[in-house]
Design a protein around this ligand. Structure first.
Ligand code: MGP
Ligand code: SAH
Length: 247
């Protein structure tokens, strides 16, 4: 009889603990205006920014678009490896809330971070300060396609909008689905700056079409494709062109 009561007490306390955890989580979510679209990404917040609790700020598009930190670190390491320079200039043409730009800067790159949305760059500046790298990044509010002719850099990094979280419902994601212009156009603008280009694309992207991008140059650019995993889930595909590809 005594034993039974102890077990019941334990069950009650486990249930109460779980309930308390839910209440705290719900309060945290409400305090940070976590909408139903954002919720799934909010649960992954420490994968997106390990310093999330130090004051990282996001908006809805930022939540579903930011490159997870470990993948952004991988991109930055590859930029450094691709150039023999100690401080290569990386142009992050669609910088968002700064997921990639911050990791480029942490790896000693000089970064030009462009975004058409001034609110995004305000958030990116806040986030870069948290990582202590805001002084290594030039933030430019503007349209990449208008700015491209005046840009100079060693590597161009392209993580354009994929059309929101519904990109997954497309079976074969052709480059026409990229925003705000199709992938061929985006790539051609990047090529006017340098042939060393890195693109972060959806996992369902049409890989044959991606290879065709390298044929826009004569002779064709080197191309290397990698899948990016996080905790055994594929999150996206990175394509390295020209000097950014492994030779
Ligand atoms: P996801 O596929 O929407 O989430 O985004 P998840 O958790 O992998 O989905 P699941 O339900 O299939 O498990 C995965 C990652 O893709 C995000 O963390 C972003 O890094 C990237 N990503 C997603 N979107 C919609 C965009 C986008 O529009 N632009 C860019 N540049 N990256 C995106
Ligand atoms: N890699 C980023 C996420 C990029 S999301 C990160 O890790 O945080 C894509 C971004 O492209 C969005 O913030 C959007 O505002 C921006 N964008 C859309 N059209 C643009 C344009 N024409 N020029 C520059 N930025 C643009």
């Amino acid at each position: 009889m005594k034993k039974k009561r102890t077990r019941n007490k334990k069950n009650i306390s486990v249930k109460a603990h779980k309930k308390r955890k839910h209440i705290i989580r719900d309060r945290e979510k409400a305090a940070q205006n976590v909408s139903p679209v954002v919720e799934k990404y909010w649960f992954q917040r420490y994968n997106l920014f390990s310093k999330y609790d130090e004051g990282i700020k996001m908006d809805e598009e930022g939540w579903y678009s930011v490159t997870p930190e470990q993948i952004a670190i991988r991109h930055a390491l590859r930029c450094v490896a691709a150039t023999a320079k100690p401080n290569p200039v990386v142009i992050d043409c669609f910088a968002g809330v700064g997921g990639n730009a911050i990791q480029f800067a942490r790896m000693c790159c000089s970064v030009v971070a462009i975004d058409i949305d001034p609110k995004k760059l305000e958030l990116a500046i806040n986030n870069a300060k948290i990582y202590g790298v805001q002084h290594c990044i030039d933030f430019i509010v503007g349209d990449f396609f208008q700015l491209a002719p005046s840009l100079k850099g060693d590597i161009v990094f392209l993580a354009p909008p994929w059309g929101g979280p519904s990109y997954k419902s497309i079976e074969n994601f052709t480059l026409d689905f990229l925003k705000p212009r199709d992938g061929f156009t985006i790539f051609q603008f990047a090529q006017t700056i340098t042939p060393n280009i890195i693109m972060f694309l959806p996992r369902n992207v049409d890989l044959l079409q991606v290879e065709e991008l390298s044929w826009l140059s004569s002779p064709p650019l080197e191309v290397e494709i990698e899948e990016n995993y996080l905790q055994n889930n594929v999150k996206g595909v990175t394509v390295y062109f020209g000097g950014a590809a492994c030779h």
